[in-house]
Design a protein around this ligand. Structure first.
Ligand SMILES: Cc1ccc(-c2noc([C@H]3C[C@@H](O)CN3)n2)cc1F
Length: 332
């Protein structure tokens, strides 16, 4: 098996939404594929109307193949303190033509206000390791883990783009989506994330600094949260940049020319164009102040390499053969 699904960015590339078919007849929901978590959960007909604002709802009672997982519940919270919880069904799930007949579909009976406000986002599809799936009393597997044995290759890939649709592929590495070689690096899955070593960094007219740090590849995070001292050194190159104490984030004049940011994987070097790092207006009411795509990590012990970084490369999430997972990066 192999398949490919188009993923479309919301405004400012805040998140990328991918159509997923669930049930019989298929109910299509647009999900946020998140390599930083491991639950597939959806807005559902079980939610109170006050929690729904335009999202598509999965209704298991309308699917002839839906089966409730008796007694199972789930409860998850995300980096930004948003959260959701509910009960569990199993149903047919199809992503880009790859199908699994008894995927755990976690239906939300509660969602926090951030999700209610996110009107085009019908739920999340977790692609981190199944060890951090939140279903109790018995953990469920991610879609990737479930389809793995049927895939032509034990991989899924992310080709996210700046202000344009990209693709998530399963079971195939599409050579038309990258240039040059793929550089692979080992993954430490012990925290359930795609965690790897960034070899170092450089920006503007500075030379590359071999200063390794750990980070997770997180398609569900919009920005790139990097070690505070590196973020500080980067924004010192930007005239008028300052750490907005209220936001705990760097802002700068919107007409700033931002330097490119180079990051290393092994011996390879990849460039995040400065244009990507001029992420968005801080506030729609002030057209002169902009918000940075690179921000300091909150001292959690590892960087969170989200879409700002991932969209500058072609990324291979490889489960490996002797279950030694690895990440591959290529230019595009
Ligand atoms: C409203 C909303 C809030 C959060 C998220 C969200 N999705 O993935 C992540 C990151 C952070 C880490 O938790 C795992 N990956 N955050 C999505 C939303 F639509």
């Amino acid at each position: 098996d192999s398949g490919s699904a188009k993923t479309t960015p919301e405004k400012d590339d805040l998140e990328y939404l991918t159509p997923v078919s669930i049930g019989t007849p298929p109910q299509v929901l647009n999900l946020d594929f998140d390599s930083g978590s491991s639950d597939l959960w959806v807005f559902s007909s079980e939610l109170p109307q006050s929690s729904v604002s335009g999202q598509s709802l999965y209704d298991p009672s309308k699917s002839s193949t839906a089966e409730e997982v008796q007694g199972a519940t789930w409860n998850i919270s995300y980096g930004d303190q948003s959260s959701s919880n509910g009960i569990v069904y199993r149903d047919v799930v199809n992503v880009g033509g790859v199908e699994f007949k008894s995927q755990a579909v976690e239906i939300a009976t509660t969602v926090s206000s951030q999700f209610t406000r996110d009107t085009n986002n019908d739920g999340l599809l977790g692609l981190a390791f199944s060890s951090i799936n939140t279903v109790q009393p018995q953990q469920e597997k991610t879609f990737f883990d479930n389809i793995l044995s049927n895939l032509d290759a034990p991989v899924w890939t992310a080709d996210l783009k700046y202000h344009a649709p990209g693709t998530y592929d399963f079971g195939v590495i599409d050579k038309s989506k990258y240039t040059g070689d793929i550089t692979y690096t080992d993954v430490d899955q012990s925290d359930g994330f795609w965690m790897f070593d960034v070899a170092g960094y450089g920006f503007g007219n500075s030379t590359f600094k071999a200063a390794p740090f750990k980070g997770i590849a997180d398609t569900g995070t919009t920005l790139a949260m990097i070690p505070a001292e590196i973020a500080g050194a980067y924004y010192r190159q930007v005239k008028g940049a300052k750490l907005d104490s209220q936001q705990g984030a760097y802002v700068f004049p919107c007409d700033s020319v931002l330097p490119d940011f180079i990051f290393g994987v092994g011996n390879a070097r990849y460039t995040i164009p400065g244009k990507f790092i001029n992420y968005s207006l801080l506030d729609e009411s002030d057209p002169t102040t902009c918000f940075g795509g690179l921000q300091p990590d909150m001292g959690i012990g590892f960087a969170i390499l989200g879409d700002i970084l991932l969209k500058s490369t072609f990324v291979v999430f490889d489960a490996g053969t002797e279950s030694t997972p690895r990440l591959g990066f290529a230019k595009k």
